[in-house]
Design a protein around this ligand. Structure first.
Ligand SMILES: [Zn+2]
Length: 416
């Protein structure tokens, strides 16, 4: 490798830690979702020396700087067992200066080593160790979320493979890797890192069941599957947490359609489709009726109904706005849950007219609710709820809920 490439690698200490933290909220949102996905590391100008347009096509052949190629390039797989080296694509993301990101890919041959009891390879660079999965042909398996990467988390010491099996109602075949060394660049972050690798199953299902909850030894309550944020790497799921996972729950989800929305529900939670309707109809109908004549519910496509267990901090719902998904964690959702979450699916969709900078400005001097102080997305969703469905809250709790004229006028501009 060239010296310049070495230098680039030195500064590319990508720390990808998924902070598995469930915030105490009655409605998580996109912001919570994305905050679990933090990429930190030295933002140095050195990275800019790599032209971001040339290396963006994944390739194993044309970007490796080498002058001694004949023998090392004979191997057709990424892993060379003779040299114990792996050909890696290293993905970098940096701001493009206008709100977007540039993806930079560097292809590099790196030395790897084994850990006792594991079939995976490990790569240590500048004190940071990352786990590399190889397929049966010796090629690196990359994550299949929106940020391709060969690794899921960084350990700041060589991890050990723990000998424990998580409790589950299905067979998950989970491997656990553990380290307990502080990231020298982020002393405020948790030290302990548990990295999990387990069967992805069939489309994420094992025995026809999907992940609906998990918990750690730290809390009795369950955490939502979305805080686990598992990423598919080939035939495996990978995820991390800062406390040891003690249980992961898979349940069968059934599906029914109501008011052009797909409701997916735990088969153990409701006895029949009629039982689902008995639990959701009154408040869901009211929510839609409150928005009648507007495009408020238009982006809503799927509501997942999970429940029958206590979720951490009482998180009751979670919205993946752009996709029109709402995930609800109580058996009988109230009007607030439906209208607030629809506020997310309406405002966070791709063609939403919402200018979040405008709303941040409005938020500063226009109290709506305590929960609306969380961030601008929750502020909007609570204002949306009060605007359409929250008349009783405004009358009965005038100190806790407000819909200032400026906020109402802004919402009028979308819905009147
Ligand atoms: Zn919310």
């Amino acid at each position: 490798m060239t010296n310049s490439t070495k230098n680039i690698l030195r500064v590319l200490s990508i720390v990808l830690i998924f902070l598995i933290v469930s915030t105490c909220s009655s409605g998580d949102d996109m912001a919570d979702y994305s905050s679990q996905y933090e990429v930190t590391g030295p933002q140095t100008s050195t990275t800019n020396t790599t032209p971001s347009t040339t290396n963006t096509t994944p390739s194993t052949t044309n970007t490796t700087p080498t002058t001694e190629s004949a023998s090392t390039n004979v191997s057709t797989s990424d892993f060379n067992s003779e040299t114990n080296m792996v050909l890696l694509r290293i993905y970098m993301y940096e701001s493009d200066g206008s709100g977007g990101e540039n993806e930079i890919i560097i292809t590099e041959e790196v030395p790897v080593f084994d850990i006792e009891g594991s079939t995976h390879k490990f790569y240590t660079n500048m004190g940071a160790t990352q786990l590399i999965q190889l397929d049966e042909d010796g090629n690196v398996i990359y994550g299949e979320d929106e940020r391709d990467s060969y690794f899921q988390t960084t350990h700041f010491e060589v991890p050990v493979k723990l000998d424990f099996q998580v409790t589950s109602n299905v067979e998950v075949n989970m491997e656990v890797y553990y380290s307990n060394a502080q990231d020298p660049d982020n002393p405020d972050k948790p030290t302990e890192v548990y990295e999990y690798i387990w069967d992805f199953g069939d489309n994420g299902n094992i025995d026809g069941k999907s992940i609906v909850a998990w918990r750690t030894t730290e809390y009795e309550q369950y955490t939502t599957p979305f805080a686990l944020f598992p990423v598919k790497f080939g035939g495996k799921y990978r995820s991390t947490s800062n406390f040891p996972m003690s249980e992961i729950v898979y349940k069968q989800l059934l599906s029914m359609e109501y008011e052009n929305v797909e409701f997916r529900y735990e088969s153990d939670l409701y006895t029949s489709e009629q039982d689902v309707l008995d639990n959701i109809k009154v408040n869901f109908d009211q929510s839609l009726s409150d928005m009648a004549g507007t495009n408020g519910p238009n982006n809503l496509s799927v509501i997942n109904l999970f429940g029958g267990r206590e979720y951490f901090c009482g998180a009751e719902a979670f919205c993946v706005g752009n996709d029109g998904f709402i995930n609800i964690f109580v058996k009988t959702p109230d009007l607030y849950i439906f209208s607030h979450e629809i506020g997310h699916t309406w405002s966070l969709r791709e063609d939403s007219p919402v200018n979040w900078t405008d709303w941040e400005d409005i938020q500063v001097n226009n109290f709506v609710s305590d929960y609306g102080l969380t961030n601008v997305y929750e502020y909007f969703a609570d204002a949306f709820f009060l605007y359409f469905s929250g008349q009783l809250e405004l009358e009965d709790f005038p100190d806790q809920f407000k819909l200032p004229d400026l906020v109402k006028e802004k919402l009028d501009s979308y819905f009147q």
